[in-house]
Design a binder for this molecule. Sequence first.
Ligand code: NAG
Ligand code: NAG
Length: 830
Amino acid sequence: MKFTSFTSRVVFIWATLLTACFLVASELSSIQLEKEALLNTSWWSWQMNSSDHCQWYGITCDSTRHIIEILYSPQGELSQFNFSCFPNLKSLDFSSVYLTGSIPSQIGVLSKLKFLKLSYSQVTGVIPLEIGSLSSLMELDFSSNKLNGSIPSSVGRLTKLTTLSLSGNNFIGAIPSSIGDLIKLITLDLSGNAFTGAIPSSIGNLTKLTTLYLSSNTFTGAIPSSIGNLTKLTTLDLSSNTLTGAIPSSIGNLTKLTILNLSSNTLTGQIPSTIANLTNLEYLFLDSNQLSGPLPREIGNLKNLMELLLRGNNLIGPIPLTFGYLADLTHLALSSNKLNDSIPDELTQLTQLQFVDLSHNKLNGHIPIGINSCVGLSSLNLSYNHLSGRIPLKIGGYLLAQLDLSNNNLSGTIPDFPIPWMYLDLSYNNLEGPIPLELLNPKLIGNKGLCGAAYGFTPCEKKPNLIIVILPITTILTIQIFRFFSLKRKDKKALLSTSTRASKIRDVFSIWNFDGRIAFEDLIEATEGFDIKYCIGTGGYGSVYKAQLPQGKVVALKKLHSLEIEESASLNSFQNEVRVLSELRHRNIIKLYGYCLHKKCMFLIYEYMERGSLFCVLRNDDEALELDWTKRVNIVKAVAHALSYLHHDCTSSIVHRDISSNNILLNSELQAFVGDFGVARILHLDSSNRTMLAGTYGYIAPELAYTMVVTEKCDVYSFGVVALEVLMGRHPEEILSLSSSSSSTQNVMLIDVLDSRLSPPVNRIVKQEIMLVSTIAFACLRSKPKSRPTMKRVSQEFLKQKTSFAKSFGEISISELRNQEMYLFDEHDT
Ligand SMILES: *[C@@H]1O[C@H](CO)[C@@H](O)[C@H](O)[C@H]1NC(C)=O
Ligand SMILES: *[C@@H]1O[C@H](CO)[C@@H](O)[C@H](O)[C@H]1NC(C)=O
């Protein structure tokens, strides 16, 4: 048997280690030995058809055919692997949920190892002392295992380490001060263990650190002021420990920090004003401590701040006006402190705000009226303060889902909140007057002056009778509904029983508006008897007229073509239909103020939409430019919320059937409203959903062509088309016609199909939102209806606080969006 001198030398070293590998070494070459050791694990048995182990999955050999890299997810015990047989190994990654056993001391022989990763496994036991012999090690990752014991101080010998991650284990004891010798460390993650003792001040030696996680342990004592030496840190997380003392003012040296999390400790003293130097901070979490003193006005310097959480401290004094400079702020939580004075108007300049919690303080004065400009607001909690005055007529935009103003001294009446499904708590105030009917499950107790039998309060005094029947109708109908019911023949009995009422119904003229009345004559006068010069559009259903009423209000009149409504049964059905649809209340569904149903005049009265249809706006270059990316994303969200409401929040599901850019209307602020319930009807459980093919060409779900069964998922498809159309500025027909496997789409990037009339988005939040919209749009366009998400799900995705995508904006291709596995929901979702 021949040995190279190198092999002999290695064998000699091994002999001193008395390893099992040595026992067979005399008969086999070291290369053969490595292969034998792999075979003994039985982890690669499925690869036995190949005799060359260097070709096995996860194995990399060097030119001398020695194994230098193993990247494999084994199923079994670590003891099956004989570490001492792989002296040339440079990189070992055994991360696998099926890996058990403990780390053997023979791991110390791997003196060439640079990269060692055993994460997300079931490894138990302690870290052997011999770890200190891995003198080449640069990265050590034992995160998410079941390791215990303390960190051997021999770790301090691993002076080449750049990454040390021991997070998510059961380690105990103190951090050895020898940690300060690891001066090349860039990332240190000890979070999620049971470490105790103080954070050694030698940590200040690790001046190359960019990331330091010590969160979720039981570290005690003060934060060492040497932490101020770590000037390269971008993330510092010491949260969820039992740290005491003040935040060292040296923290102000860490000017590269983007994340500072010291929450859930018992820190005392004031927030140091040096915090003002941390101008790169995006997340500042100091909540759940015992910090006292005022809120430093210098926080207003932190221009990049997105989330500021200071709740659960003993902070006093006013909210500084300088907070109005935090233009990127999305989350502001100052609750459970002792803040007083009024809420500064300056806060309402923060148009990115989504979550605001100022509850449990001593704030007084009024709720700033300007709060209506925080259009992205989804949750506002001002409960348990001393706020007085009226509730502003408009709070936030149309994304508001939670509003808690309970336990204050607010007075006056409850404004018309246009989102019935929102969580609303107004209890324990001094509110009075009638309760708007739009509210679904409001919490209102403890307001003596409120009235409204529907909500269990004393009935309100009757209003003076109106000339016309008052019907608070908030949706729209078109002639097609009418036609649908006129086609539907009721049996003769029903016909007879309703014939007497029908004669009355024939002359019904139901109108409602803010003043309680619109005179029929006014409408005729305003349009000079439906003169063509007031006509703003025509369609198969009829013509639309713009009418300015004497009170100044502008409405749209949809005059229906001649109808065959002579048949009383269909008239009656129409009445019922109106009643059901009048229960719809949603701020993104166009309002129907009333209708006139008379042989000579048949028209519907809608809210007037100044900017007309989305279709027209997108096709006019000047108007399309006005629709910036944020407005476009908001249009898609608005349509999603409206459809989710129609599908899921009504007593019986309502399918729109004709979602297209023609049927989405825009008001003067370019906010979107779903209109034209062309052929919508209530989906009765027992009725067949078969129908004549309806909808607009280019928006119709593919299955409708052959099944003729209309479901909510048809609307979902049409919504997907509209969403892409909004992003692309034109109908996405090319993309819809390309098959997903076609190689021609492989390299089409999202960024290349966006509406080129607008400059590409630069704001990070906007980019994320566009990615979210396009991801959802493609999920909605799946050919199988079941694979499409429900509108409820889509609406929820849009309401979620955060989304992050693995890829950057410029790198996402259409085929990736189309093939993503996300949002694959089936029936249990609905
Ligand atoms: C060996 O079998 C595996 C799994 O069946 C297969 O992926 C691999 O290509 C085969 N290798 C050779 C050399 O046949
Ligand atoms: C608002 O804050 C109070 C007190 O902090 C809390 O009890 C309540 O649940 C919060 N409301 C909402 C809607 O989160």
